[in-house]
Design a protein around this ligand. Structure first.
Ligand SMILES: CSCCC(=O)C(=O)COP(=O)(O)O
Ligand code: MG
Length: 244
């Protein structure tokens, strides 16, 4: 169902991770259990760490339970995991747990086979690459540092999440990213599996291509009226560098 011959002249590509560069199945089957089994210890032993305390306060605010104790917070986190809810404090706490897991060698990230060669080629051609994922910036950094093909962080110029950019289905978040990168909206291309995210990016003038990979949760639903590709090598990207 992909369209060959997609060609864009832009200055930067912004990448979604889950469902786009990488398999949702890997995240759900490997990363989610890894965090689920460690939330309890993190909350009990490091509840006073500023980042953990801030995330716990956000959980209490989102659930409207200001007195929630560590057990109640853990239950909420696990319920959000079950729903695959992209709640910012869940992602913050997962990011802490995962980055430590990647650093100690328990975890290695996943990229679809077509992705890394294209990222290298686009970067070599002078394109800037950014990430915008619901996974926290800490998780994204660990993901790109600990790939099966080694450290990929030199390919990436910046990382955005729901904390520093905002929710992924709100156009304002994409406006914020464009401002932060200094790239004109019309010179940005967003790749994602979720139609609501593609809609939000297009609403503020970005180019957007839906990535549809068989077996991914959004494959059957499709990407609405957005251009679509099944793999990154179906997309030709050049840069005439007009916004820099
Ligand atoms: C390295 S981030 C791990 C994946 C994750 O937790 C997530 O929520 C990814 O969502 P995305 O916005 O990339 O679809
Ligand atoms: Mg995604």
């Amino acid at each position: 169902m992909s369209l060959a011959g997609l060609t864009y002249d832009v200055d930067a590509v912004v990448l979604d991770i889950e469902g786009t560069t990488s398999a949702t199945g890997f995240v759900v089957d490997v990363l989610y259990p890894y965090s689920r089994s460690r939330f309890g210890a993190l909350l009990a032993q490091r509840g006073g760490d500023p980042e953990v305390a801030r995330a716990v306060a956000q959980v209490r605010e989102l659930t409207g339970e200001p007195e929630a104790d560590a057990d109640a917070v853990e239950k909420t986190l696990n319920a959000w995991l079950d729903e695959d809810r992209k709640a910012t404090p869940l992602k913050t706490l997962q990011g802490i747990i995962w980055s430590e897991g990647f650093a100690r060698g328990d975890l290695v990230s996943h990229f679809y086979d077509d992705v890394v060669p294209e990222l290298r080629a686009w970067h070599a051609a002078g394109l800037r690459l950014y990430v915008y994922s619901s996974g926290s910036v800490a998780a994204q950094r660990a993901w790109f540092t600990n790939s099966p093909e080694g450290d990929l962080t030199s390919l990436v110029s910046g990382l955005y999440d729901t904390e520093n950019a905002g929710p992924k289905q709100e156009p304002e978040s994409y406006r914020r990213i464009a401002d932060a990168t200094g790239v004109e909206p019309a010179r940005l291309l967003f790749l994602s599996d979720r139609p609501g995210e593609l809609d939000a990016a297009r609403a503020v003038g970005w180019h957007a291509v839906g990535i549809r990979r068989p077996g991914e949760p959004y494959y059957e639903q499709g990407v609405g009226d957005h251009a679509q590709a099944g793999t990154f090598d179906e997309i030709t990207i050049t840069t005439s560098g007009s916004s820099t």
